[in-house]
Design a protein around this ligand. Structure first.
Ligand code: GLU
Length: 430
């Protein structure tokens, strides 16, 4: 069942929700957002919390808690990932759903924003347990998701395999002649079951492109520039892959297990091979030294790519940052207080809703192909992605110059103005 949470309860939120609200309010103040539209956008439309039992390999039953928050659908169906992580709770889902609304609006996609997931540590479970957990969660979500209603995708600790299980479970609940009409209920699927070429690398490629556009604008040559990456999952890996190809040097990586550093450079491919053979952990990689996690953000480098979780760059570590560019591969990695410190130091930040938007844009292309029964080539997807992101980047830069604001505020302004226009044209029912 979907319930609305009283607004009063929502105002005591801290952490990511506090950040996204402060970012939203700041931009809304700058543009003098219509007060009625502000009331709508500062709350989520629907919030679903499900508790569901799953039989574990040892025969015991465990009960899990899953979430799906649908923030806004003024521009189209709800869209956003599902994450499997101990930090998933209702506030995290709300914050991440809101960021999705701004992200899809900024990208000019016909989507709204949603996010969800399950509060768990995936490494604790076997593959077949994760399959049963995913299928049972999908069943619990029921018709609250759908190809024209709310379309999940991968996020932290979820991947194409998880999307395939969701698709199969969702389709299995439909009558036979309805089944193949539902291929686009999730994006980020494996290629064999309706996935799109390029969706795997879309987020990281987008982060890289944003860095490239920034560098072009600043007349900076990326060759020989040192970069550090927090998170070596899909986003961190592909960002590093494309930056290395451009001639930049990866000098440090942090993942959930620890941090490694080599000032002469770390081979992206070797690190991937090592981590894949080492249960997904980079710790112990022979061509780099282990360093303390707390020293990671203060390392000497040119570009810093947080591509893991929210609230990683805070007032505590912001002043130690040496990079002159932060490219947000993660959602909400920089908190509002840290951002003030960074901007004062003259550090540029490519904000998450722009920087990592390649992922949802790639999802949109997958959704379109499924919906139209088409299959596009990799080059076609990548070309479209690049064109779209170049447009977004230029718009954000232009707005930031015209209004004299930082890039995040500019990105929020564009996103909010598009929603404001939609509400003004549609009016409020009844
Ligand atoms: N989870 C990704 C994000 O945060 C992708 C969402 C999607 O493709 O729907 O943007």
């Amino acid at each position: 069942m979907i319930t609305k949470t009283p607004k009063k309860k929502r105002q005591q939120k801290q952490g990511m929700l506090d950040n996204v609200m402060r970012q939203f309010n700041h931009a809304a103040d700058i543009i003098g957002l219509n007060a009625n539209i502000r009331k709508i956008l500062e709350v989520t439309n629907n919030e679903l919390v499900v508790h569901f039992p799953v039989r574990m390999d040892n025969g015991e039953v465990e009960v899990f808690t899953g979430y799906r928050v649908q923030h806004n659908n003024a521009l189209g169906p709800y869209k956003g990932g599902l994450r499997y992580h101990p930090t998933v709770d209702i506030d995290a889902a709300r914050a991440l759903a809101m960021w999705m609304t701004w992200k899809t609006s900024l990208a000019g996609l016909p989507y709204g924003g949603a996010k969800g997931g399950i509060q768990l540590l995936p490494s604790k479970y076997s593959q077949s347990e994760l399959e049963r957990i995913t299928r049972r969660f999908t069943y619990a979500l029921g018709d609250n998701i759908g190809p024209e209603l709310d379309i999940p995708a991968p996020d932290v600790n979820t991947n194409p395999q998880v999307m395939a299980w969701i698709l199969d479970t969702y389709m299995s609940t439909k009558s036979p002649n309805e089944r193949s009409k539902n291929m686009h209920v999730v994006t980020g699927k494996p290629l064999g079951v309706g996935g799109s070429e390029g969706r795997d690398r879309a987020t990281g490629f987008g982060v890289f492109l944003n860095i490239k556009f920034w560098a072009e604008n600043k007349k900076v040559d990326l060759k020989g520039k040192k970069f550090i990456v927090q998170g070596f999952g899909n986003v961190g890996y592909w960002t590093a892959y494309f930056l290395e190809k451009e001639g930049a040097i990866l000098t440090a990586v942090q993942d959930a297990f620890g941090s490694v550093y080599n000032e002469d450079g770390i081979s992206v491919e070797k690190l991937l091979e090592y981590s894949q053979a080492n249960k997904g952990s980079i710790l112990g990689f022979a061509d780099a030294q282990a360093i303390e996690n707390k020293d990671f953000f203060g390392l000497d480098c040119d570009i810093c790519v947080p591509a893991a979780l929210g609230n990683q760059i805070t007032a505590e570590n912001a002043s130690s940052i040496k990079a002159y560019l932060i490219a947000e591969g993660a959602n909400g990695p920089t908190d509002v207080e840290a951002e003030k410190i960074l901007l004062k130091k003259g550090i540029d930040i490519i904000p998450d809703i722009l920087c990592n938007s390649g992922g949802v844009i790639g999802s949109y292309y997958e959704w379109l192909q499924n919906r139209n029964g088409e299959i596009w080539h990799l080059e076609e997807v990548m070309e479209k992605l690049e064109k779209k992101l170049r447009g977004s980047f230029s718009r954000v830069l232009k707005t930031s110059k015209e209004r004299g604001v930082d890039m995040r505020s500019a990105a929020f302004i564009i996103a909010i103005e598009r929603l404001e226009q939609a509400y003004e044209q549609r009016g409020i029912f009844p």
